[in-house]
Design a protein around this ligand. Sequence first.
Ligand code: FEO
Length: 403
Amino acid sequence: MMSNDAAVSIGDGVYWIGGDDRTATIFEGAFPIPEGVSYNSYLISSKDTTCLLDTVDASIASKFWKNLRTTMGDRKLDYLVINHMEPDHGACITQVLEAWPDVTVVGNSKTFTMLENFYHVVPKNRMEVKEGDTLTIGDHVLKFYFAVMVHWPEVMFTYDETTRMLFCADAFGTFKAMSGALYADEMDFDRDYLEEARRYYSNIVGKYGSKVQAVLGKLKDVPIEMLCPLHGPIWRRDLGYIIGKYDLWSRYEPEDKGVMIAYTSVYGNTGVVAEKLAHLLKERGVSNVVVHSMTTEHTSYAVSDAFRFSNIVFAATTYNNNLHPTMSATLEDMENMAVQNRRYSVIGNGSWAPQADRLIEERVSKMKDMTKVGETLVIKSSLAPEQIPELEKLADDIAASMR
Ligand code: FEO
């Protein structure tokens, strides 16, 4: 159990020092977080040595300091391990250096360059580690595994050989603040957090699937009993569940058979076709169908469902002889996050010179291993009654592709 007002012992001499932020509405200046986000920092407090692993975002600094001070008492901090330099975890580093100027800061060469670039500080005591190096903190032996580009180049994971905890930076984290639970097994993760975990992964790390695969491979024989990420719940049971999701997502394999229809509509007519197609797919027994209006929804939701589902339908309007800007942004984000290995279908609209279908194809051709399903449907302003059989045929083809 947890409380936002106190540090929590999570194992032999290890404490969680973190908290929720329900006030922020945007993450990294880009992603809406309507349900907030949490930040985790960890403290190893052995008989004669103390070691903090990462800090937190500035938004919860006062919570962090209260919990850290309460747990530390009047002890001094001996080590600060920086697994990830992004400011949502590094915002309190300079305060830590001010509080304990003799602390030894542990990181790799990239960590220290970033520390200087962000905060213009050079710690008095630095310990630069390399892959596989170890550090003894009392009766804890920490081993460092580099996790390059999961999510930044300096990222490393710290494995505590004593407790078998893996402090895994952004990996296995999620958007969404926690509600009274600290461990994934204390919540219905699948029902309440999986969507936000997927949206977090696909939009933050999604581009670097091969890097995620590399680190999963590196750790496959390491006996891990707890995953301690920098966002979201700690995993102490059923670790295979979340590791399995990361394995699928990073191999760009669909998680579920299903269809994501992403559409843009100026006056609602393309939207009508998208909704009708969703209905026709349901009639054909496709259980997973999700429709996203890209004119009102943030692209991160479509990117997330592109990682989830086997099939994507792009439906868009021509605009200024180009692709409607919201569909253009959606496709750009999908390209950026390396969406690949999916079946796709195309619906274009244009009132006098339809271009959207051709432009969608052009953009999809930049993604790897995309397989077209069905014939492109082009409408002029709105779906003509005589085109309904074409739409039905498209639904037949999509449903057939999933069998
Ligand atoms: Fe949560 Fe890459 O920082």
